[in-house]
Each structure stands twice: as C-alpha cells, then as structure tokens.
Design a protein around this ligand. Structure first.
Ligand code: NI
Length: 249
C-alpha cells in the first residue's frame, strides 16, 4: 500500500493494525554516462514498491528523493540539500506522521552520502524528546535506517551477478535496478575507460577532476534488465523480513 495512493480513511484503518511505515530516501545525482540521475532514489523506491506489491498490508511513504550530494554538483543535473536542510526536512516528515499515530519509521536508504545526515536527524529527534524531560507525555518512537544493498543476501547477489568492477559509485548493480524499473531508459554508451578509477575526493571540483565521467571504480556497462530484476526480487524479500521484524518489535 502506497501512501500517495491511499485515502485518509485507508490510513486511519491501517493505523489500527500497524504503527510502522517505510520511507524510501535517496539522492538526485549524476551516476556516470549510462546511469540515471535518479538512481539512488529509484532503487529504494522500486524495491519498496515490489515489497508492497507482495504484501499489501505494509505502508510505503513518498520517496525523499533529494539528499546530500554536494560532491556531485560539478555534473549537470545534480541537486543537493545541505545537511542542515535535510535534517530539518527529515524531522518534519517524521513529526507529520507521528501526529497521526505512527511510531516506527523505517528509512530505506539508497545513497551512502546520506547515512551520516540521517543519523544526525535521528539524534535531533531523540534530543528533542530527551530535553523535554520525563514529565512530557511522549508516545513511543522507533527509528531505523537501512541501506538497500546491505540487506541480507543482497550484496551476495550483486557480487555473483557482477563479480568484477562493481566499484563504489555508478555501480552495475544499482544501474541494473534502474534499468529493470525503466527498461525504456537503458543506455548503450561506450565507457572510456571501461573501468573507472578508484580514489578519494573532497568537494565537487575535486571530484570531477579525479573522476572525469562521474564513476568511481565501476564498469556499469555490465548492467542488464535481467540482473536488475533479480536484485529487486532479492532485496524486496529481504526488506519484507526486516521491516516485519521492525514493525512487530
Ligand atoms: Ni548511487
């Protein structure tokens, strides 16, 4: 069940059964010459949608699709939030849903660059409650952050499908997931060099100078619709198990 395709009556009825919600969270940033800019938002969104299709009794919220991507800003199309803006937005999303009775928030992440900021947002939410003191009536609140590629058996599947040159950014696995979601967007691009360099970076100019086409260590020309379908299936099953465990805790 998707929040955007629900009525308020549906949500009221859902809250009688569950206080938990999945919130996909990603980024709008370049993913090399054959990867879509929305990759990090599309991946958790389609995996969560697949899970919701299998179990209509879980609720998936809208995708938080712009994250922390300052280091990709030297490539056209990339958008970013400052960490402080993102923290404020995560807090407002959470508190909006809390007002209705949601107590368990499963932020399903698609971008490594978001991890620290999501953790900081959680710390802000907990700090508000702690600072309010013991006399303030507080409802239960549980926050979880999970990266889709770290769910059980997902990494193994990605490694089996792409044993070499998965790399660190614009990976064949994440590009494959987007191709499976949008087969009409598959790009046939010659990558030069075929395998991108590895290394570290600082700001956006530094990143583009070190990684001229945007990829880090990867060969996403391996990405196929078939591989993407298998990754989505594996990840959706793992998400269902992990979310049910979280919702029932
Ligand atoms: Ni990515």
């Amino acid at each position: 069940m998707l929040l955007a395709l629900s009525t308020w009556c549906d949500v009221e009825a859902y809250l009688e059964r569950s206080k938990a919600i999945i919130l996909p969270i990603g980024s709008m940033e370049q993913h090399g010459p054959n990867g879509l800019i929305g990759t990090d938002a599309i991946c958790p969104e389609v995996i969560a949608a697949e899970a919701a299709a299998e179990d209509p009794d879980i609720l998936v919220g809208p995708t938080f699709s712009v994250g922390c991507a300052q280091h990709h800003l030297a490539f056209p199309g990339t958008m970013t939030l400052r960490p402080s803006t993102m923290i404020a937005a995560i807090m407002d999303w959470t508190h909006s849903l809390r007002r209705h009775g949601f107590e368990r928030f499963y932020w399903f992440n698609g971008h490594g660059g978001n991890v620290a900021t999501i953790a900081a947002a959680f710390a802000e939410i907990h700090a508000e409650r702690s600072l309010a003191g013991p006399d303030t009536p507080l409802t239960q609140l549980s926050l979880r952050q999970r990266n889709w590629w770290e769910l059980p058996s997902v990494m193994e599947t990605c490694r089996r499908l792409h044993p070499r040159n998965e790399g660190a950014h614009a990976t064949p696995s994440e590009v494959a997931v987007t191709y499976a979601a949008y087969p009409d967007q598959v790009r046939d691009v010659v990558l030069e060099p075929r395998v991108a360099p590895m290394g570290s970076f600082g700001d956006a100019q530094d990143y583009r100078a070190t990684f001229p086409d945007g990829r880090i260590g990867s060969d996403p020309s391996q990405a196929t619709v078939e591989n993407g379908r298998e990754i989505i299936q594996t990840a959706a099953q793992a998400l269902l198990a992990d979310f049910r465990n979280f919702a029932d805790a």
